[in-house]
Design a protein around this ligand. Sequence first.
Ligand code: ACO
Length: 316
Amino acid sequence: MVELLAARGLDSSDEWIVERTGIRNRHFVADGMQASDLAFQACRAALAAAGLKVSDIDLIVLATSTPDMVFPSTATILQHKLTQAALAEGDASGAGGAAFDVQAVCSGFIYALTVADSLIKTGTATKALVVGAEVFSRILDFNDRTTCVLFGDGAGAVVLEACEHDGSGAGILASDIHADGKHTGILCVPGTVCGGAVLGDPLLKMDGQAVFKLAVGVLEDAARAVLAKAGKTEADVDWLVPHQANIRIMQSTARKLKLPMDKVVVTVDQHGNTSAASIPLALDHAVRGGLVKPGQTVLMEGVGGGFTWGAVLVKM
Ligand code: ACO
């Protein structure tokens, strides 16, 4: 990345990036790969971990700000890819039910979880794939060192399942989501498609300092609100899985909530800011790595363009 910037006459260094953000590595998709391809891999891994087949799924909610197309939704493209793979492997039927995208930028996974949980609780769906998938490398301005060093591509997924209460109390305990559209200008991609051409600017713009200040405030508010809704306190939180944007934002949130950093799952060093994919990527790392265990209470929270923000409290 630093070499890429230097080739464009932009000055940066690994030291600056690591010190200001905590980011050491990022991943960019190959040409021709789309958000649905990353989502496909993440969903296959989530289904395998849950011991389920694609045909068991009756809802797909996919959070992305970098969809494959203007329409149809990336969720429906993903549903087709999952179905084709299942049929090729001899599964008699593919995924059915509803599939749609949620667009809440870096809060997308929190929004998607909240929507899927609500549809399960109202009986509309029984087993849901909830996915965050992004190809932010496609909307970065590689002439802008203040943004292009921060973002990466990735996807993460979970399966949510309706179940009878088994006494464990496991499941989503509470959600809290918000938006305030007056902050559009500090984090946006201000382009659109019209008459077959891009109107405006299709690359990401961000006022980093303004975003930073807003983010630390609303992340504290969302954490306190979701805990209050669930009748819990900070002391009940075993793990904080925050949006992986910047290590300093995570440290600040942890400090305000009086949570030690060893209760905070940090993966921003491995993949940078992957927007809606960052929380499920961090959760996957923590679950597969044996950090998060059944019975523990996990607080996930995100903040992003819109401005949007929110939190979900889960008992694993
Ligand atoms: N390399 C070297 N220097 C740089 C770079 C770079 N890549 N980028 C900026 N600088 C310079 C600036 O030009 C500035 O120089 P100056 O003092 O000569 O003017 C100096 O570094 C300090 O810049 P600041 O903007 O004050 O740096 P800051 O400490 O605020 O860090 C950062 C910038 C990392 C962007 C931080 O503000 C941040 O993380 N903001 C939040 C981003 C975020 O959380 N986004 C989440 C939502 S994302 C979504 O929803 C899609």
